[in-house]
Ligand binder design. Structure first.
Ligand code: TPP
Ligand code: MG
Length: 897
């Protein structure tokens, strides 16, 4: 017998028996057709699963609900009251958006997303989502960003928001407004998770669920009662971040995680998969990744049709109708549906003979059927050993009327004419609540039921039973503060390294080791590394604190007998993420917001290849900032000339430029061990003791040099971003000042010596640890001046500092010139920065520094050139230096495209 597939490569122990089975199948196909054959094979697979035959899971199932009617959990709610409550919320959500746009044309907002997902949320709010009363953690819910109006509308009914606040939707500047989307930065007591940049919610939710297990397994916090719910759009699933981390959720058996995908088959411009079936496609992806998949496609009214479908013709039509066509049915009349969906096959047509056109038009999708949803959610929360995804089919703009529902333009509709509003009201059966007279001015009024109405009592009772209102962010809980570790951790970095050369990366590794050994806070430290621990010298920690592995270590590591073996453990502390900066950033987010989500402050240190940080996952970092995450990001192997062999894609000269865009990021480019230790100690205090919503970005380098001892009395200046590192040598008659950052101190120091020796110039050396901090302070001073014209001028701190030195001022850095240029406006004298602009390349450090024109020769030339501009030296001196250092003035600039 010949097969093309893998079976052919397996030995057949009984070919006769095999033949009998195959002949039977052939006969079924001949006699009863493929549909019947499919049914039989499905039945066989199902039985094989029950018998634990151990077949790989099939990746897709027919286009029907996963939970059969006879296994559907009984719906315990009051259907009538819940429908009324849902109607009120739908109404208020739409009223809010319409009113906002009536008052302020173009302010925006979305009607259709929530309209399609109201039941998805309301079943959760009434029956599943756990709140945070009495200090509980509750569930962590990632709301689809564009569904925010519905979440506000529910909060309004719950008495958490006022009419005035609803009327301030998308008008935040005056205070008391509501954010367009979930933004903890702007509504810190309300929203917990920023989700609106598509794809970030799903990946963050996965790592949040994973982090909850980490806290549990490490016995830091019992998180076993919290579920993570992530609501996302079907269009959103095209973002690589949405589905890119599915496998870790399955691998680590995150049964505390539930995705609910709102499959309205549409995104912004049109259908998600016009010619395909997004639900089937997603099912295959999730099942393939090892998730428990529950499809909720059809509402209850379809059950009776499916029960009659003895020949499988209905199923076949469901299976073969593409999404674009389903969307068409969602906007069409019952007659059209009868003709085109049921019509072509007489058996199907007969099935709906007794049904009116209206009945056919109202055949609902599963995602609008709270009974189906309840059963799915219940199965999801009870599922063990794997994460669950619920794929719920809905109609975009559902209940908003024929001009909105299912239209390609629906996503962006935010206005409704009076006629549309009235029809919408009628659809929601709210004629008594919102009489015609109230609609006359085209401004739909909000509707708040009487406080003692059955709806309000039911609403409150449900939330009380589920531990309080959501969403709610509770950042200031007891026990969320951590005292900064004592001197033992930091002291060794302050005195210099003697004769020993070290890199700032090595210093950091040692500092991290000291921190994890600290008795009080050591266990709270969370090192997060995307597969570069060895590069950064952090592998020494593997053995000491272990690598977190949800299921422990089930093998003997190849290096078990070595001192630095690869030790995995369920209590492991290091999050060794593998090669995923996005996943690492999501872990960093979960750990860095744990003070708020769990009332447990953790100290995350995310160390990565600096080029693959802000540049690669900048949007996740932005969401981290929005979410008020706290922690340290460490861009290692930084510098465009210090990381020398790696070349264009690796050499980082821009991340300080990028980091400057993050308002609450404290960005430092330290040169020495004591700088690093001082900054990290201060960061720990500000973030973890004082509770400031900042995060730190520090660049680390891999170049070894002797670490000097910390000069006296400079701590404040160092943290402020600029301090005097070394006085000018005595003797020479002319003065200048060189600012350096990171490893550029070496070129600055050599240049200083050369200037004194050959050119009669005495240069002071200043360490610029943070141009961003200097700029932020200077901008504040400038602003104050601008707005206080009659007051004495405020001199920016950077100017005050530099006035203590003498110009001209030359800056040198292993980053782009635009980094030191952040302060150019406030430098009190001639200013000439040198940086590493242009694409990186691979070569030795020496060659690269020459190429980028930042080596000591170029620093000398820059200082002389600046002095020449001030007529302090003759142009010949500059020419002399150009010749002395063998610089080719006609070489093309390194930043030429
Ligand atoms: C990263 C990113 N790109 C683009 C957008 C703009 N955007 C907002 S909603 C939307 C369509 C959403 O479709 P879907 O995910 O299916 O959600 P639905 O509204 O249909 O539930 C787009 C493109 C965004 N918010 N984030
Ligand atoms: Mg969609």
């Amino acid at each position: 017998m010949i097969f093309d597939g893998f079976v052919h490569s397996l030995p057949d122990t009984d070919p006769g028996e095999t033949k009998e089975w195959l002949d039977s199948l052939d006969a079924v196909v001949d006699a009863h057709g493929r549909t019947r054959a499919r049914y039989l094979i499905s039945a066989l697979l199902e039985r094989a699963r029950e018998l634990q035959v151990g077949l790989p899971a099939t990746i897709s199932t027919p286009y029907v609900n996963t939970i059969p009617v006879d296994q559907q959990a009984w719906f315990p709610g009051d259907e009538y009251l819940e429908r009324r409550i849902r109607a009120f919320i739908r109404w208020n959500a739409a009223a809010m958006v319409v009113r906002a746009n009536k008052h302020h044309d173009g302010i925006g907002g979305h009607l259709a997303t929530y309209a399609s997902s109201a039941a998805l949320y309301e079943v959760g709010f009434n029956h599943f989502f756990r709140g945070k009363d009495d200090g509980l953690d509750g569930d962590q819910i990632y709301f689809q960003g564009h569904a925010a109006p519905g979440i506000y509308a529910r909060a309004f009914l719950e008495g958490r928001l006022t009419e005035e606040q609803l009327d301030n939707f998308r008008q935040e500047v005056g205070g008391n407004g509501l954010s367009s989307y979930p933004h903890p930065r702007l509504m810190p007591e309300f929203w917990e998770f920023p989700t609106v940049s598509m794809g970030l919610g799903p990946i963050n939710a996965i790592y949040q669920a994973r982090f909850n297990k980490y806290l549990l397994n490490r016995h830091i916090k019992d998180t076993s009662n919290s579920k993570v719910w992530a609501f996302l759009g079907d269009g959103e699933c095209d973002e690589p971040e949405s589905l890119g981390a599915l496998s870790i959720a399955a691998r680590e058996q995150l049964d505390n995680l539930i995705f609910v995908v709102n499959c309205n088959l549409q995104r912004l411009d049109g259908p998600v998969r016009g010619n395909g079936k997004i639900i089937q496609e997603l099912e295959a992806v999730f099942r393939g990744a090892g998730w428990n998949v529950i499809k909720v496609i059809w509402g209850s009214k379809w059950d009776e049709l499916l029960a009659q479908d003895k020949d499988g013709v209905l199923l076949n039509t469901m299976n073969t109708t593409v999404d674009g066509q389903f969307q068409k049915y969602s906007v069409e009349s019952g007659a059209y549906i009868r003709e085109h969906f049921f019509g072509p096959d007489p058996r199907l047509r007969k099935m709906v003979e007794g049904w009116s056109d209206e009945d056919l038009r109202n055949l609902p999708r599963g995602g609008h059927d709270y009974r189906k949803l309840y059963a799915a959610y219940k199965a999801a929360v009870e599922n063990e050993g794997a994460p669950t995804v619920i794929l719920a089919k809905t109609i975009k703009g559902w209940t908003l009327g024929p001009d909105v529902e299912g239209r390609n333009a629906t996503h962006q509709i935010k206005k409704m004419a009076v006629e549309q509003i009235r029809a919408f009201r009628d659809r929601l059966h709210m004629q008594d609540e919102v009489p015609d007279a109230a609609l006359a001015d085209g401004l739909p009024p909000y509707y708040l039921p009487a406080n003692d109405s059955p709806e309000m009592e039911y609403l409150r009772e449900r939330r009380r039973a589920l531990d309080g209102s959501l969403p709610r962010r509770t950042p200031a809980r007891r026990g969320s503060r951590i005292e900064v570790p004592d001197d033992k951790v930091w002291a060794e970095f302050m005195g210099g390294s003697g004769n020993q050369a070290a890199s700032t990366t090595m210093v950091f590794a040692r500092l991290l080791r000291n921190l994890v050994r600290d008795e009080r806070i050591g266990e709270r430290v969370v090192p997060i590394i995307p597969d570069e621990a060895r590069t950064f010298g952090l592998d020494a920690l593997f053995r000491e604190i272990g690598i977190y592995a949800a299921l422990g270590q089930q093998y003997e590591p190849v290096d078990a007998d070595l001192l630095l073996s690869y030790r995995e453990s369920q209590q492991g502390q290091i999050l060794e993420e593998g090669i995923t900066e996005a996943g690492s950033m999501a872990s960093f987010t979960a750990a860095g917001t744990s003070y708020a989500t769990h009332g447990v402050t953790m100290l995350p240190f995310f160390i990565f290849y600096s080029m693959f940080g802000f540049q690669r996952v900048g949007d996740l970092a932005w969401a981290f900032a929005d979410q008020r995450g706290r922690g340290f990001m460490l861009g290692a192997t930084a510098g465009r000339t210090t990381l020398h062999g790696e070349g264009l894609q690796h050499d980082d000269g821009q991340t300080h430029h990028l980091a400057a865009a993050y308002p609450n990021c404290m960005a430092y480019d330290p040169a020495f061990a004591y700088e690093l230790a001082t900054i990290i100690r201060e960061g720990c205090k500000r973030m973890f003791t004082d509770g400031e919503d900042l995060f730190y970005y520090l660049t680390l380098y891999n170049e070894n040099y002797v670490m000097p001892p910390m000069p006296e009395g400079i701590e404040g200046d160092l943290l402020g971003g600029l301090y005097k590192f070394a006085a000018a040598p005595a003797g020479p008659s002319k003065r200048a000042t060189i600012l350096f950052s990171g490893p550029a101190w070496q070129w600055a120091a050599t240049a200083r010596d050369e200037l004194a020796e050959h050119y009669d110039v005495a240069a002071e050396l200043w360490s610029a640890t943070s141009y961003k901090s200097l700029r932020d302070e200077a901008l504040a001073a400038e602003r104050w001046d601008r707005l206080h014209p009659s007051q004495p001028r405020r001199v920016p701190w950077v100017t005050q500092q530099l006035m203590k030195a003498e110009g001209p001022y030359v800056a040198v850095t292993d980053f782009m010139t635009s980094v030191p240029d952040m302060i150019s406006r406030w430098v009190p004298g001639t200013w000439l920065p040198l940086g590493t602009d242009g694409f990186g390349r691979s070569d030795t450090r020496e060659q690269l520094r020459r190429h980028f024109e930042v080596d000591h020769g170029h620093v000398v030339v820059a200082v002389l050139s600046a002095l020449a501009r001030e007529d302090a030296v003759k142009p010949e001196a500059v020419a002399d230096a150009i010749a002395r250092y063998g610089i080719d003035p006609e070489a093309p600039p390194p930043f030429a495209p």
